[in-house]
Design a protein around this ligand. Structure first.
Ligand SMILES: [Zn+2]
Length: 623
């Protein structure tokens, strides 16, 4: 068969070329073509297998009660002249009601291969550049990458895996001369993307599906929505509608109805400090020239005095995120972290800090960790470490505590319950808390027969730890803000622009845009480090205001410096108190100038910033 196969639904047209195995979509008079260089393929341990290598290929029109399209069946893959058994299908179909295009990959038989990536569907190729033709990437808050951007794209964090910092939300999109599409990844836990953008462009966004426990295992689906006249705001709002459909979308108002302490947190100054540092000599963090710096303890009582100082400085609402409060010290011996650090005052000292927090009306929270699993933890047992598909467990040395593996997430909630029960027994009053790395790092899988687990299950099990905290009235937070945890997670350590994380001497890999906040501003509290150095000398206060977020205050300041920090925090908090539960309706660059940005909120508040002059303007709606 060599003729194009064409499906028409209304004005939308899907065509398939049996020669190239490429699809073309015409929607609202705009044609979207796959990149001519793209070749559909599987990457396997046995080598790359192009779809075109199938000896048996059939294409059929597909029509059901809900839509129509094209089904393709691939089989007859051979090795040394022998059929290895591998077979799979694809279905691309247009939904009658929504006119969404669904692209499905369906494994039929996996014999003869160990798949490592399914490279399908193909990438579009757009032309033009500037603010007219660009790609939207879900890296942290979001990046708008003009198609002709002069800088080549970096390698993505976590190899571009969805549900990590590389993709707070599992979608990407492209806009070409005013028309656009959004591609939503519907099984994000086993998916990754890569951005190929040489200096000057063009941009290619490669999608790949990852095996689950070593297998293609199940049907993978992408949902494409094509819009006529649109920009990045419209595409973000398509996703906002999608997560309302799936139930992921959960507002701060809903979370506050479950736990009123959410309201107490809104407008609070965020303080992040610690008690005990202990650096294992085997780690890269160990300071051989100043060995005394590897063991530092600050008494709980000192932190309590600092809290009183901050109250005296005029901070009424505050959340304390306390690191290193356990005897082993920061990032050591998890999950066997108890008791409270003895040298800092032990349980009595920690309770005194907790009591001080309560008397000040402040919220106390601890830094805790249920993924890193240290070999020198008292109850470490390799049988409960996550077991990789190759049968081994992780044995790495990354953080202050030295050699570690990863705890299987099936075990995490039990350890949370064990440790927090002990904290409560010692009178520690926690109103919010922090579980490290759960939201930031990729999903985990485990083949140990006692506790097999897929990546999708690992996310559900992490969420269960957040839910457990909620059941005790504790407001849960984690490192970053990936949306898989949206139903339960309330706030994060941070949720920055990707450009803020690249380091001062790195180029811009695109233009930062708050895609995440356009979808989720009214669902998540994101704090900003007002003292941090943002690229190009931008005052982070501006980003905190534009994004209607929360603000950190440094507990070690005093005198005029502290007064200045408190004043800056209050500027951010006053706005946050008003708009935390409002949707960010629209973001724009004034006159197309990336340094002049505006965010409009659903209550009518408008925040305008100028990152060249480091000035801002806030206009509130008339009462
Ligand atoms: Zn396991």
């Amino acid at each position: 068969m060599s003729q194009l196969m064409i499906t028409q639904v209304g004005t939308m047209n899907l065509s398939f070329d049996p020669q190239t195995l490429h699809f073309t979509v015409v929607s609202q008079e705009k044609t979207w073509r796959w990149d001519p260089q793209y070749q559909p393929k599987l990457v396997t341990a046995q080598g790359e297998i192009p779809f075109a290598a199938a000896r048996s290929v059939t294409h059929h029109f597909w029509k059901t009660g809900i839509g129509e399209g094209i089904r393709s069946c691939y089989a007859g893959f051979t090795q040394d002249g022998r059929d290895i058994g591998l077979a799979f299908e694809t279905v691309a179909w247009i939904e009658y009601i929504s006119r969404d295009l669904h692209m499905e990959f369906i494994p039929i038989c996996e014999d003869g291969v160990d798949v490592t990536r399914i490279c399908w569907p193909g990438n579009m190729l757009i032309s033009g550049g500037g603010m007219a033709s660009y790609s939207l990437l879900p890296m942290r808050q979001g990046v708008l990458l003009p198609n002709d951007w002069p800088t080549a794209m970096k390698k993505l964090d976590f190899d571009g895996m969805m549900c990590t910092t590389a993709a707070y939300m599992p979608w990407f999109g492209q806009v070409e001369n005013g028309a656009g599409y959004i591609a939503i990844v519907e099984q994000p836990w086993d998916a990754a993307y890569a951005v190929d953008h040489p200096a000057g462009g063009p941009t290619r966004i490669h999608m790949s599906w990852l095996p689950s426990l070593g297998k293609m295992a199940y049907r993978r689906t992408m949902r494409y929505t094509f819009l006529g006249k649109c920009d990045y705001n419209d595409l973000a709002k398509v996703y906002r509608g999608y997560v309302k459909e799936t139930g992921l979308f959960t507002t701060l108002a809903e979370k506050a109805a479950r736990n009123p302490r959410v309201d107490k947190l809104i407008g609070s100054a965020i303080v992040h400090t610690g008690i005990k540092t202990h650096i294992d000599p085997t780690t890269r963090w160990y300071d051989h020239e100043h060995p005394e710096r590897n063991n530092v303890v600050v008494p709980f009582s000192q932190r309590a005095r600092e809290m009183v100082k901050l109250k005296d400085a005029g901070i009424d609402k505050l959340y304390l995120h306390l690191d290193g409060w356990g005897e082993p010290g920061y990032d050591n011996q998890h999950p066997d972290y108890l008791p409270a650090c003895t040298e800092a005052g032990g349980w009595d000292g920690m309770k005194e800090l907790s009591d001080t927090m309560q008397s000040l009306g402040y919220m106390f929270g601890i830094h805790d960790q249920y993924r890193d699993y240290y070999f020198n933890a008292k109850t470490f047992d390799p049988d409960f470490a996550m077991r990789k598909v190759d049968g081994t467990i992780y044995d790495i040395n990354l953080w202050a505590g030295g050699r570690q593996s990863y705890l299987c997430a099936t075990q995490a909630a039990y350890y949370v319950k064990r440790n927090f029960t002990e904290l409560f027994r010692h009178g520690i009053h926690l109103e919010a808390t922090y579980l490290d790395v759960f939201n930031c790092n990729e999903g985990d899988e485990c083949i140990h027969p006692w506790h097999r687990m897929t990546r999708q299950e690992s996310f559900a099990l992490r969420k269960r730890c957040f839910d457990l905290l909620c059941s005790w009235g504790i407001v849960p937070s984690s490192e970053e803000v990936g949306d898989w945890a949206m139903q339960t997670q309330v706030f994060a350590h941070y949720g920055p622009y990707d450009g803020m994380m690249n380091g001062p001497d790195k180029p811009d890999y695109g233009i930062d845009v708050p895609l995440y906040n356009l979808v989720y501003h009214d669902c998540m509290i994101v704090p900003w480090f007002l003292d941090a150095r943002a690229p190009h000398g931008v005052d982070v206060l501006l980003y905190a205001l534009l994004n209607g977020g929360a603000a950190y205050v440094n507990n070690e300041l005093s005198g005029a410096e502290l007064d200045r920090a408190v004043a800056r925090y209050k500027t951010v908090a006053q706005l946050q108190e008003r708009i935390a539960k409002c949707e960010m309706v629209r973001h724009s660059f004034l006159d197309g100038d990336p340094s002049r940005q505006r965010a409009e909120y659903s209550d009518g508040t408008v925040v305008t910033i100028d990152t060249k002059d480091n000035t801002y303007e806030i206009t509130y709606p008339a009462p």
